[in-house]
Design a protein around this ligand. Sequence first.
Ligand code: ADP
Ligand code: AMP
Length: 218
Amino acid sequence: MRLVLLGPPGAGKGTQAQWLKERYGIPHLSTGDMLREAVAAGTEIGLKAKAVMERGELVSDEIMIGVIRDRLGRPDCAKGFVLDGFPRTVAQAEALEALLAERGEKLDAVIEFRVDAEALVARIAGRFACARCGAGYHERFKRPKVDGVCDQCGGTEFVRRADDNEEAVRRRLRAYVEQTAPLASFYRARGVLRTVDGMASIPEVTAAIARLLDGAGS
Ligand code: ADP
Ligand code: AMP
């Protein structure tokens, strides 16, 4: 199953990707997570991306396409993947299409999350993650089952993202509208776009995705 999750920051892509990864046994490829790891490790890509990410702008297509080319070449992607945060520009979408075509593959579905702009601000403001395994939570909408303990790994330290502040969020939303939203028509034209109501609760969005993927892919 080869999937792309398309939606603005805070739409719920990472949350649903955690579930899709389990359901289909495919890797969750979050370019945001990959870049944050590169920043933490101080690699060349991390050094180039750090300030751009903090401002809430997009890292260059050249860097991102290279990152995805390397990652899709790894053996765990042979049976599929769920892409979260990539592609984010038409140039990235075209590069992904070419990379997959080289391997005789294509996307099974692009799932677009429709969400109101006001909801995104509240979602991002309440977002935090386990420092050990990265599992995502929300102060109101997805608390750990036991306060202060990660459901997935039992970790007790949590972190917030450096770019989840008001100014960077505003820039990230603008970047989405200007550079990423046009991908909906790009994928509609290819007949793979599916839309879900991202304003519904987390389990309702999961159920909607399960329904639309029933019978799709391998
Ligand atoms: P994205 O990966 O699209 O940036 P996340 O999956 O990190 O978004 O979700 C942003 C925040 O909103 C997280 O704290 C998450 O727990 C919460 N969230 C995700 N989906 C929903 C939903 N359907 N309703 C309410 N909160 C949600
Ligand atoms: P995310 O975790 O998806 O919200 O991404 C966090 C930040 O990483 C973004 O605001 C961008 O600066 C950068 N980023 C992640 N994926 C991409 C991409 N495909 N293209 C350009 N920049 C990206």
